[in-house]
Design a protein around this ligand. Structure first.
Ligand code: NAP
Length: 293
């Protein structure tokens, strides 16, 4: 069994991005610029956005954090998005979710110019991804693809089971794993809370991607001998032995599953560190106008 070290891969990709940005700056090119919108003061959102801004600094990107009061109206927020759409210096825009209840997140996502949608949530990017056209791919699924690629894991012809069908992880994951690309060409099964005989379906997977948000749900009986296990889950559970009072748990019961599989991502330091790196990669692609001219 081999542990997939997401932290090491993320650090390697960060170095590559940092070197490319240095070369761009030396040549007088466009410095990638990421804009993050944060509405209100949700603790977890504050942390996620702070980490994204920190990554920008580390990699030589420009970043702008726009904070708005939770009372901002939907129309006012849409106007702010439109202003960023018009600003040629701003390459990528992310709007941190969740938004207050009176703001429809779909409306906000659809107002972002798809050329700046570095989170890959706009229907145009999702549609282009499904068609196999150049598109911004959402960060977590892209991170999973990069891990499979960097560990030279063969995917063609394999049965990939994805647990979870969310718009940001499960669904794009299934689309990507069936594409006719180097990491792809799987026979894919998508599963969710209504799936019958889930353990049996999972145990038929050569590659099992767990993204359901139920800590340690996937036990050894869900796993075929020699399978590749990708654990996207990340849940805070109370743990009085930790200074913070909580521990981060994945969807996979690591100790039971690890001895059975060929590769496995741990939690933390598995898929998690790849997510921000993918966002940075998308922002760099936007600054270089690779996806859209
Ligand atoms: P989500 O929107 O809550 O979706 C969860 C999916 O899992 C749903 O499709 C749900 O089915 C399915 N599900 C829930 N319970 C199930 C069960 N008992 N059996 C089978 N399927 C079940 O969650 P998400 O946003 O995709 O996130 C999933 C997990 O990944 C969370 O732990 C999240 O924190 C983590 N995550 C991590 C990263 C990272 O950077 N590492 C990034 C994003 C998300 P229904 O559709 O039928 O309800």
């Amino acid at each position: 069994m081999q542990i997939i070290d997401g932290k090491a891969v993320a650090d390697e990709i960060k170095k590559e991005i940092g070197a490319e940005v240095e070369a761009i700056i030396a040549a007088g090119g466009k410095i990638p610029h990421l804009v993050a919108i944060l509405v209100g003061n949700n603790g977890a959102s504050e942390t996620y956005v702070a980490n994204k801004v920190k990554s920008c600094e580390e990699l030589g990107f420009k970043s702008t954090l726009l904070r708005f009061d939770p009372t901002i109206s939907e129309e006012e927020l849409l106007d702010e998005v439109r202003k960023i759409n018009q600003n040629d210096d701003m390459d990528g825009l992310i709007v941190q979710l969740p938004l207050p209840d009176h703001i429809n997140p779909d409306k906000v996502m659809e107002t972002i110019d798809p050329r700046k949608d570095v989170d890959g949530f706009h229907p145009i990017n999702i549609g282009r991804m499904a068609k196999g056209l150049p598109a911004y791919i959402s960060a977590t699924p892209q991170g999973v693809l990069d891990l499979l690629e960097r560990y030279n894991i063969e995917t063609a012809g394999k049965h990939c089971v994805v647990v979870g069908r969310s718009q940001i992880v499960g669904l794009p994951m299934t689309i990507l794993m069936q594409r006719n690309t180097k990491i792809g060409n799987c026979t894919v099964t998508i599963t969710h809370s209504r799936t019958k005989n889930l353990a049996e379906v999972c145990a038929s997977a050569d590659i099992l991607i767990a993204a359901l948000g139920r800590p340690e749900f996937i036990t050894a009986d869900y796993v075929k001998e020699g399978a590749v296990i990708i654990d996207v889950g990340l849940t805070r559970v109370e743990d009085s032995s930790k200074k913070s009072g909580f521990a981060l748990k994945g969807d996979v019961k690591f100790d039971e599953v690890a001895p059975k599989c060929s590769f496995i991502t741990p939690v933390p330091k598995g898929v998690g560190p790849m997510t921000i790196v993918s966002l940075m990669k998308n922002t760099l692609l936007s600054a270089k106008k690779v996806i859209y001219q």
